[in-house]
Design a protein around this ligand. Sequence first.
Ligand code: ADP
Ligand code: MG
Length: 331
Amino acid sequence: MKIKDLGEFGLIKRLAGFFNQNLSSEIHGIGDDCAVIPYQGFQSFLITTDLLVENSHFIKGKITPRDLGYKALAVNLSDIAAMGGKPLYAFLSLGLPVDTEIEWMDQFFSGFKQLAAETSVSLLGGDTTHSELIVINVLLIGSIETALIKKRSQALPGDLICCTGYLGDSGAGLKVLLEELPSNEYTEVLVQAHVHPRAHLKEGAWLAQHACVHAMMDISDGLASDIQRMMEESHCGAHIEVERLPLSPPLIHASRTFDWLPHDLALTSGEDYCLLLTVDSQYYSQLNEAYQSCFQRPLYPIGKVLDTPKLIYTKDQHTYTPSKGGYDHFL
Ligand code: ADP
Ligand code: MG
């Protein structure tokens, strides 16, 4: 059997079988957006790491070095946001071809530094080596009050499934870049969503304060994939009402122009970096009202948690089949 037969998530499950053993009960290892390590009684460290490889995660000619530096940190911030935490310290490791321009590196550092400054993150170290392609690894440490941590495994049957932002814009932006589609005010918004994503840190920290929010994770591989991860961890299922997926006006506009299926992009394309959460349905209205007055946007309800381990998609009461299951690096 090859890795391509198992897929990214099959491989991670296998890995967890090797290493998620003999851990003390309060430590959480492989399986959530961050690892959790308690310290000082009521606090925990949250630790996450992400790898960006040239030509797999970015194409040098399609993203400015400033945006790439920004994005390398943003994707890690999103995993801290997913648990409700506050980011603190970063480590940056780089594999670089020897002929990489210093000007390119300086721009990369300035993008990283801008977002680190905005989020009060200090870069404390890393490692540097030469390689054929550019390889970027960020490790990010955050903290949170242990009792407030939101895990993927906490969804309960009957919960409403919600998300905190538009879905599909980043994937559409990637299509614009790869297919070299014409730039206009709509496609430019989509490209920005792809090259300059915003981690929903404030939203995550706010949601963590509310006990009626049960499970939470960030949407990085596409909703169809991420909802499956969350439901597997929670031993539940989900019914997603596809017509309720929040689509941005630029995505709707560009989909008409280029004949895209916007709901399918929203389900299957990755890198949205907003949050996916489940909420006790009794408290949704109250929570949404408070959330709206804080963030001037709703918590978009997109479906319901089921007590049986199946995933159902409907669009206007008819069965809907997503074109694929979200992003997997090996499939
Ligand atoms: P995310 O998309 O939130 O970054 P991933 O899907 O990349 O999460 O990873 C899921 C879980 O598997 C995480 O807990 C992550 O730490 C763990 N994981 C992924 N790759 C490895 C690896 N090579 N070694 C150990 N743990 C890993
Ligand atoms: Mg994540």
